[in-house]
Design a protein around this ligand. Sequence first.
Ligand code: WTA
Length: 674
Amino acid sequence: MAEERIYEEFGQYIVPSSWKDKVWDIKEYQRFHENTIKDKKAIENWWEKWANKLFWFKKWDRVLDDSNPPFYKWFVGAETNLSYLCLDWQIEQGRKNKLALIWEGEPYDETVKKPKELKKFTYYDLYQQTNRIAYALREKLGVKKDEILTFYMPMIPELLLYMLAVQRLGASHSIVYSGFSALALAERAIAAGSRIIVTADALYRRGKVKPLKEIVDEAVNICEKRGHNIEHVIVVNRTDRPGIPWKEIKDIWHHEFIKDIPENARIEPERLKSDSISYILYTSGTTGKPKGVQHSIGGYAVGLCATMKLIFDINEEDIYWCVADIGWVTGHSYIVYGPLMTGTTTIMYEGAPDYPWPDRWWDIIERYAVTVFYTTPTAIRMLMKFPLDLIKKHDLSTLRIIHSVGEPINPKVFHWYFKNLGREDVVATSTWWMTETGQILTGHFPGLGKIFPLKPGTNGFPLPGVKMEVLDVDGNPCNPGERGYLVISTPWPSMLTTLYQDPERYIDVYWSKFTKNKQWRFYTGDYAVKDQDGYLWVLGRADDVLKVAGHRVGTAEIESAMLMHPTVVESACIGKPHKLKGEVPCIFTVLKQGVSPSPELETELKLHLRKTIGPIVASDAIILFVETVPKTRSGKIMRRLLKAVITGQKLGDITTLEDPTAVKEAERAYQYLK
Ligand code: WTA
């Protein structure tokens, strides 16, 4: 299990050389933290300070309305707009000609050998282009307040521009990661009620051109079959690929769409209520149906502004690079909205970390003199495989903050990147958060001017103003060093406001498990430990959610996809630890009577997974054929036993197991794999 891999009882302390004189005594930090959470007033004061750093068309009447939990409302009565915050307000503060976005495409020739094609955008460039798109969306397609557009796009500047354009109009976006299938895209577009999809002809990945338009066309057909009409598909021409299927009227080229919109077209940003919807983002849970996590505007902005400063210590001259894909929450919050609303220069890179050479990332850091870097353990593990010379040949001395996110980081991996990337002189933490939290919630806070000692593998401490606890199954606090469930015991500004059109599920999934005696607690779904010093160690998911290379997928989604194949009657999916990817899906599969297992069928099922969910799941899935899967007498699949089989752990209590041969079956199948 992941926890044994990473949790070291005491851990060791490290202080980066430049911070030697700026170290909190841990107890002193804890007292400071306690003071920010001791009551509602303290929490409000803490966040109000950050809110006062932002622009508001109208300020709030109340910081936090907690009269109807868990439907908390932040900055009640206030009005703002994310597009205004990220663009107009930056220009007003004198950043008109400051570089806002540096975009680097994957094809190396395009960006390096022909420097004039480098895509650098000032705040004014972004402002102008966003306005033109917003203008076209409103005038040509009638996009208005409250509508949700679905984006299925590569990492290109137009994605960011469309996000900001939509915000300007008071509409919202739902971004579907480009590694999802046509079916997954269609289901999300239907759930969001989108009539417009924005996409590109294709994307570049490791030198190959991967079509997107065809996938969108397939999704549009699925939508139609299910009675949902996608009226328009806007297509950015990324690769100039010939022979793209095209339907007049429905399909619109982005360049045609904005061609006749004058350079000086302007759209007044809508004044939006603080709790209006900025976006929804579908994410995986424990059932097959993805959850539409809904985010606010005012509270969301405050959480991002605070964490850009506290966690990344952002200053005017920083060059900031977060390597996530905008299809996931990290890209939303920490490539687009957070950096831009704090006037930062943000880098967006289109391609793979190791293409065309394994030092592509180090080359980017050197060329742009990146100072703040945000990455993932999966990527570090992959890049660790290559010779150190590849790092040494680059000047990475500009880096001063290098955080990671998405999954637990093994202390060994932490040491590697702290030393080789960070010269042992950076602040580095594994910042914990999730789609639902909208903002980072744990880490180190160099933005306060002082840090507590780093401890490899930990997630640091909860942010000031946020109380987090580790509880046992009955909701009692665990002792230091004991594993329990991670909960958030106070509301925080960037929190989700609900699940889109499903408030009951919102309560049920997050707030019912640990709420007791009117003390509302948000259940994260993670296992964690607080160690003797109070540092948090998030160990991994406690529910049926996998993190494959940091990508979040539900085992239930995978199982229901398997059932859609005519040869499968039942399947049980668990996460199998994997050296590079953290974990990969391992699917115990029962076939229909008369169907025999074969390598061909295995390939076919993987292809089927690729079609139904997407390559993120399919490329590393392990399919094991069994006669039956272990179940309780009441028919519930005992995934715990399957997990024990593949990790070689003790089975534990098996009194409720209906048929012991099922475990033998799993062992046999797993043995065969080995
Ligand atoms: C995991 C990603 C350990 C965790 C921002 C959480 C982490 C899930 C960390 C959310 C970390 C995220 N250390 N685990 N620093 N960061 N996780 O919604 O299991 O894609 O519940 O958001 O990622 O994944 P999501």
